[in-house]
Ligand binder design. Structure first.
Ligand SMILES: CC(C)(COP(=O)(O)OP(=O)(O)OC[C@H]1O[C@@H](n2cnc3c(N)ncnc32)[C@H](O)[C@@H]1OP(=O)(O)O)[C@@H](O)C(=O)NCCC(=O)NCCS
Length: 178
């Protein structure tokens, strides 16, 4: 696997347009790869909605409710990994949910692994448990999560429906105190 020259750093306000560009690239990619393992809204968000998404995410980072890192290659942001606290209920405030995506052209170069290690390290001060869910068909992602310490805790058979096909939804967790 060829390693890319990349930087991993906390998300910044300046990353908005690059991150919106990443997200739209996944919508394009899905046309060729219907099983792309990311959750999609029913309708492609408008630029205004995407900017609102960034504003909310960044606000959550500023409040300390979300930890988010980006990967940068040649000055351009090509991926995001965020760990979002579940503070709405006091009983789940120690748990956070992880999401990650990298632009297609920059995958399999070690960036995903670098991003995950960074957010896991930074999450320990803030949360006790990180959870995530992954398409049962996304073996590459599941293997990567396993390598950085996540373990399966359940599978919802037919938990995902994409283009008429039903796919198992796999749930994993990492206890940061172990
Ligand atoms: C899943 C994803 C985040 C992984 O990031 P990445 O930068 O491609 O991963 P890395 O290059 O760091 O690879 C790390 C590990 O993944 C696995 N992997 C990566 N590419 C692989 C390939 N082509 N074949 C098999 N395994 C592969 C390997 O286990 C690798 O470990 P290694 O370093 O020991 O070889 C990225 O591929 C992605 O954005 N995919 C589309 C969106 C997605 O599926 N997100 C996850 C939602 S749950």
């Amino acid at each position: 696997m060829e390693k890319a020259k990349f930087i991993v750093r906390p998300v910044s306000r300046r990353d908005r347009d690059d991150l919106v560009g990443c997200y739209y690239s996944y919508w394009e990619e899905r046309k060729q790869n219907p099983l792309l393992g990311l959750g999609f809204l029913a309708k492609k968000p408008t630029l205004k909605e995407e900017r609102e998404w960034f504003k909310n995410m960044y606000g959550s980072v500023r409040r300390g409710d979300t930890i988010a890192s980006v990967a940068e290659v040649d000055g351009k942001v090509v991926g995001l990994c965020d760990v979002k606290g579940q503070r709405r209920l006091a009983d789940t405030a120690h748990v956070a949910v992880l999401g990650i995506a990298i632009r297609k052209e920059y995958r399999a170069m070690g960036i995903g692994s670098g991003l995950l290690k960074d957010v896991i390290k930074r999450s320990g001060k803030r949360f006790d448990i990180i959870t995530l869910s992954v398409f049962g068909t996304n073996k590459k992602a599941e293997e990567l999560y396993r390598k950085v310490g996540f373990r399966r805790y359940g599978v919802l058979p037919k938990g995902l429906r994409r283009n008429g096909r039903e796919i198992p939804h796999v749930y994993m967790y990492l206890d940061l105190r172990d």
